[in-house]
Design a protein around this ligand. Structure first.
Ligand SMILES: Nc1nc2c(ncn2[C@@H]2O[C@H](COP(=O)(O)OP(=O)(O)OP(=O)(O)O)[C@@H](O)[C@H]2O)c(=O)[nH]1
Ligand SMILES: [Zn+2]
Length: 288
């Protein structure tokens, strides 16, 4: 049978078959490399359980990693929606990391600045999002409490994955756009027998026949250990015009002579906070 993974929690998955039937499934073998959003072939092993035999080719895979292991966030997504808010303060570093992960998989990006009803806190948040807007990333300001619907047209015809730090309003947004989300999450938790807090797994919701939204667990860290230095450099879109112009081909843009990137940082063409994230990502731990 063919189906799509609509919920992932550890090594347990729920697969929705083409006829709409949903079945809890385990992957064959020990290593679990299945992600929410994957198209899979399954074999039904009992009335209420199946085995995932094959993962069909993916058009994209979003993941994060540290030195020890990698966590698959979602597969076959077209768009990454990063939710930030006017309050509590959000981390530019985390946003940049999520954008780097998306760039490296050619996934479109939309940044949602939520809680725009908290007008007093908006100016600081806007200063932060302006950096990303200047790089060409789309920013959508909204209030999940008052007009979450503003997001819907941006999700049309795509599979999107929502990520965000805790407290940014991701759940509020999902619950407003998908009224049955709470019930679905409960049902999935029961089926997966997780008994844990309901947002620890990634879940795919259908908005319409060709628009889908994957809600992923809160992001407190976003390691990119799976990317090498060249991939990381390239994923910083504003670095691209300068790459290849340093004296040394393997320039790390640290203290090498005739580096093409450093003057761009010094003159403000490259934002310092972005360059700082780049340095952390490639393991340069000294101050700029
Ligand atoms: N003023 C205002 N508050 C909001 C808005 N959206 C969400 N909140 C509040 O922000 C708090 C956090 O919202 P959640 O939706 O639980 O945040 P979350 O990002 O899902 O956080 P986790 O569940 O920790 O991952 C709640 O108290 C919400 O009511 C908004 O548009 N305006
Ligand atoms: Zn350089």
């Amino acid at each position: 049978m063919r189906g799509r993974v609509i919920a992932a929690h550890g090594r347990q998955y729920i697969v929705e078959a083409e006829d709409g039937q949903r079945l809890p499934c385990f992957p064959r073998g020990k290593k679990s490399e299945v992600a929410c959003g994957d198209d899979v072939e399954i074999t039904q092993s009992s009335a209420d359980q199946g085995v995932i035999d094959t993962i069909l080719p993916r058009r994209s895979l979003l993941y994060r990693s540290n030195e020890i292991r990698q966590k698959l966030i979602a597969a076959n997504v077209d768009q990454l929606v990063v939710v930030v808010a006017s309050e509590p303060a959000f981390s530019d570093d985390l946003v940049t990391r999520a954008l780097i992960a998306a760039e490296s998989e050619d996934i479109e990006v939309l940044i949602v600045l939520n809680k725009c009803d908290l007008t007093e806190q908006m100016s600081t948040a806007r200063r932060q999002t302006a950096i990303f807007a200047a790089l060409g990333y789309r920013i959508l300001e909204l209030s999940a409490l008052r007009h979450a619907e503003d997001l819907r047209p941006h999700l049309q015809g795509k599979t999107s994955v929502l990520v965000g730090q805790s407290g940014m309003g991701k759940s509020t947004l999902v619950n407003a756009l998908i009224p049955e989300a709470r019930a679905a999450t409960r049902e999935i938790s029961q089926a997966l027998d997780s008994g844990k807090h309901t947002t620890t797994h990634a879940t795919l919701y259908h908005l319409d026949a060709d628009s889908h939204l994957i809600d992923s667990p809160g992001l407190q860290e976003f390691g990119l250990g799976h990317l090498d230095r060249n991939e990381i450099e390239y994923a910083f879109r504003e670095f691209r015009p300068f790459l290849g112009n340093c004296r040394f081909r393997d320039c790390r843009h640290d203290r090498e002579p005739d580096c093409a990137l450093r003057p761009a940082v010094d003159s403000g063409k490259i934002e310092k906070s972005r360059f700082a994230t780049y340095r952390r990502l490639v393991g340069l731990n000294t101050p700029i």
